[in-house]
Design a protein around this ligand. Structure first.
Ligand code: CUK
Ligand code: CUA
Length: 679
């Protein structure tokens, strides 16, 4: 293992100590860095002047600078927003380490460009609809006993109501499940403390199971739902047949969180639009956003999922679109669902590390409200309700459910925790992160961020074991932070040091491929991926040796009733066979094994114009089937600069024309008109 930056060094990094280090022991390297022949401290000062850096800037640089070869203390797993991918970032260096293709084809990983990974993407299709992008919001690391265990990552797609399963054994997507009940989600992915379930709450109500109902019948026929996807850890897959859901009233359910420790067995979802506004602003109705903002309180949904699970096992569920669903009436009758008021247009719901409290912030309220699980549980047990909602769901009395409120600021959204008893809440309107004491409900400090922060993330900050030290502000607007790139600006992640007396802004990382929303940050020592697929011939989808795996010496081409099978090995610096002769119209099955077992000895593979891109990491096996539907000569080559003779790592697919066919040459002249029209 490579060294990580010890926390103690980071903590020592008060200015005096830092500059002392730089001026003293670091003399030689500072001099080298300055490159101007000045000695020690003078060189640093000259550099600071030349680059117009303040002492705070230098401090921030020293706290994040990570020399070559040194690894980060944390991994951050961020959603990739509209890109439909997940982003892996090292912290505190803020170096982007990987984009993981999840809902969207990703050419470098060869994800969805010909090999068996296309079947994973196809799992995410809806009937009659090929979905190849996603609006990913909330990554969730798998947990054991309420803490991240580094084994799996889950990610939701708001636009398609889907959940993906990514294995951190090789950082690749293994499964996508489509929620058949709902067409839009938001309260996912969140896991229960031992990853028994992956929670997915709906966002925009619609008839459950799909289908049409007039919007005038919204109150009666539109519904929300929360789905509990059963996760089988040993198989590493969600099991739809063992999953179930609860029907919810047609409020717009928002974020969710699983209870833990004291509140284990429960889940919490907040909601907005308890007004049940449906828009229709061209039809004489108020626009949705004002219709949905009339009430002072919406409803926090309190769900006893353990009880729900028992009821489903006892056969109390009905089936809708193949999903077992506890009806709203059953959930009410059997004590599975309760409400309590939450002010106002709430967004984040975040269970505290001890599981005893929940912090909820309302976008249109200046407070964070701290709910006591023990108080709510006592009210539920005593059946002491303040009333019911229009659907009959019991509502707990608000004042008796909370410990208190803290005046945080304008537009509070999400809350995360550290290991010192502090909470950090993002203030969207104020563009600040507020640090406050959970015990005293007092704001301790605010730091400006740039700009309009949405989620924030702290290391293990939503687990039973927060690590403290940092908070990452995930800002929606960048405005003036970076060099101009046209009207579409990147998002801005800002790393903040929270270990000292005052919070310090350390680093700005532009995110250029979508709006990530949320991230989770895990200690690097919890992540231990495989370096190679071994033995050679592994299919990453199954982690078994592929039935078509090819060993050195067994390369061959066979013509069968289902087409031409090419058994190919891949090794620096050739494909064997490197000449493939087929006839126009043949189906071709490539079986490719990278027989290398050296770390990082990855080859790529493409056939020109065939829209194929395969990544062959050491030991990986890929199967690619395609129709040789165009006669012609098609170079195939390795797309990774794998060796000095990488350009020579090439060959030909020769597609002989059918009898009487014209053959190749159809491309000449095409597209000239389009080219002249461009630019
Ligand atoms: S989020 Cu999805 S609307 Cu605040 Cu979790 Cu951005
Ligand atoms: Cu293999 Cu380039």
């Amino acid at each position: 293992m490579q060294p990580v930056i010890p926390r103690s060094i980071r903590r020592l990094a008060a200015l005096g100590a830092v500059l002392g280090l730089a001026f003293g022991c670091g003399q030689q390297s500072a001099e080298l860095a300055a490159g101007n022949g000045k000695a020690g401290g003078a060189a640093v000062v000259a550099l600071m002047q030349a680059r117009n850096l303040s002492e705070a800037d230098v401090r921030a640089a020293l706290k994040t600078y990570t020399p070559t070869g040194r690894h980060d203390e944390y991994y951050m797993f961020a959603s990739g927003g509209h890109s439909g991918q997940a982003i892996v970032i090292g912290m505190p260096s803020m170096r982007i380490l990987k984009y993981i293709g999840v809902f969207t084809p990703e050419p470098w990983q060869g994800y969805g460009y010909g090999d068996q990974s296309g079947a994973v993407l196809a799992q995410g299709d809806r009937p009659g609809r090929e979905l190849r992008w996603a609006d990913t919001h909330h990554p969730a690391l798998s947990e054991t006993a309420g803490d991240y265990d580094g084994e799996y990552l889950f990610l939701n797609d708001k636009a398609g109501a889907r959940i993906a399963v990514i294995s951190l054994r090789d950082f690749t997507t293994k499964q996508i499940v489509v929620n058949p009940l709902i067409v839009s989600d938001h309260g996912g992915a969140f896991v229960t403390p031992n990853t028994e379930y992956v929670i997915e709450g709906s966002q925009y109500p619609a008839p459950l199971g799909g289908g049409y109902a007039p919007i005038e019948s919204y109150d009666d026929t539109y519904r929300g739902a929360v789905t509990f996807w059963k996760f089988d850890r040993s198989a590493g897959r969600i099991v739809p047949e063992e999953s179930w859901a609860i029907e919810l009233p047609p409020y717009m359910q928002d974020l969710s969180d699983a209870g833990k420790l004291a509140s284990d067995g429960w889940a919490f979802l907040n909601s907005f639009n308890t007004e049940r506004a449906t828009g229709g602003n061209l039809e004489g109705n108020p626009p949705l956003e004002s219709g949905a903002s009339q009430n002072d309180m919406d409803y926090l949904h309190i769900v006893n999922w353990r009880r729900g699970e028992e009821l489903v096992k006892a056969g109390k569920a009905i089936e809708i679109a193949g999903m077992r669903v506890l009806s709203l009436q059953t959930a009410i009758d059997e004590g599975v669902l309760f409400f309590v008021g939450e002010p106002k247009s709430p967004h984040g719901v975040d269970v505290t590390p001890d599981g005893e409290e929940l912090v909820i912030s309302g976008k249109l309220d200046t407070h964070g409200t701290v709910y006591s699980f023990a108080k709510m549980k006592a009210l539920i047990d005593a059946k002491r309700f303040a009333g019911t909602d229009p659907y009959g769901v019991p509502i707990l009395p608000f004042e008796d459910s909370i410990r208190g409120q803290v005046e945080i600021g304008l537009g509070p959204l999400h809350t995360q925790y550290d290991n010192q008893g502090n909470a950090y809440t993002s203030l969207f309107i104020e563009s600040k992160v507020a640090k406050w004491s959970l015990k005293d409900l007092q704001v301790l400090e605010k730091i400006p961020v740039h700009y309009n922060v949405g989620h924030l993330a702290t290391p293990h900050g939503d687990t039973v074991n927060p690590q403290g030290g940092y908070v990452m502000a995930m800002n929606k607007w960048a405005i003036d932070r970076f060099s101009e790139v046209g009207p579409l600006l990147p998002q801005n992640f800002q790393l903040i040091d929270t270990s000292g007396e005052a919070m310090e802004l350390l680093y700005d990382l532009p995110i250029p491929l979508g709006e990530p929303h949320y991230a989770q940050i895990i200690r690097a020592d919890r992540i231990d991926p495989e370096q190679i697929y071994t033995p050679a011939g592994i299919d990453p989808a199954t982690w078994q040796q592929d039935p078509y795996a090819v060993a050195g010496g067994e390369e061959r081409i066979e013509r069968g009733p289902d087409g031409v099978h090419v058994y190919m090995t891949v090794v620096r610096s050739h494909f064997k066979p490197d000449t493939i002769r087929v006839r126009e119209g043949d189906t071709v099955h490539l079986h490719m094994t990278n027989v290398e077992q050296a770390k990082d000895a990855t080859h790529g593979f493409t056939i020109d114009t065939y829209n194929i891109s395969v990544s062959l990491e050491p030991g990986k096996h890929a199967n690619v089937s395609f129709e040789a539907d165009r006669a012609g000569v098609f170079p195939m080559y390795c797309t990774e600069f794998c060796s000095a003779l990488h350009l020579e790592m090439a060959g030909y697919l020769l597609v002989e024309p059918k009898q009487g066919s014209e053959g190749a040459g159809t491309a000449h002249g095409q597209g000239d008109a389009a080219r002249t029209a461009a630019r």
